[in-house]
Design a protein around this ligand. Sequence first.
Ligand code: MG
Length: 160
Amino acid sequence: MNVRIGNGYDIHRLGEGRPLILGGVEISHELGLVGHSDADVLTHAIMDAMLGALALGDIGHYFPPTDDRWKGANSLVLLDLVNQLLQEKGWCVSNLDTVVVAERPKLKPHLPAMQDKLAQTLQLAPNAVGIKATTNEKLGPVGREEGIAAYAVALVITID
Ligand code: MG
């Protein structure tokens, strides 16, 4: 069995009139993330970690913001496409570990739903998808609630 590791990072601005979608789950909040797709920062970090494990570039290469096909796209659909790309190359995700950095809203009540959505999309057991939420202790742009950031690590293994 071959094993690879990848990491991903993403940040999106918070703005009015947008839904807040994290890990494919819509969370009630007065602000949402701004972006070309649904701006699901957690799912974006995960895709970059998966692509990075195989040195396949980043999501900007596969889903450029200049391409109208991805305008308002559900990031779980993009995640499924990235997973298919890995599988075509003979690899699959073993497990993920992630961190979402947001000052507000409280994400803890939503973590199990996010874990289920991501695990379903990737055909993984929920316990193969780690999601942690933390604040930035009011420091910097995330601390001032100007945006939400996410980090992800993916372990990728060859399909037997
Ligand atoms: Mg992004």
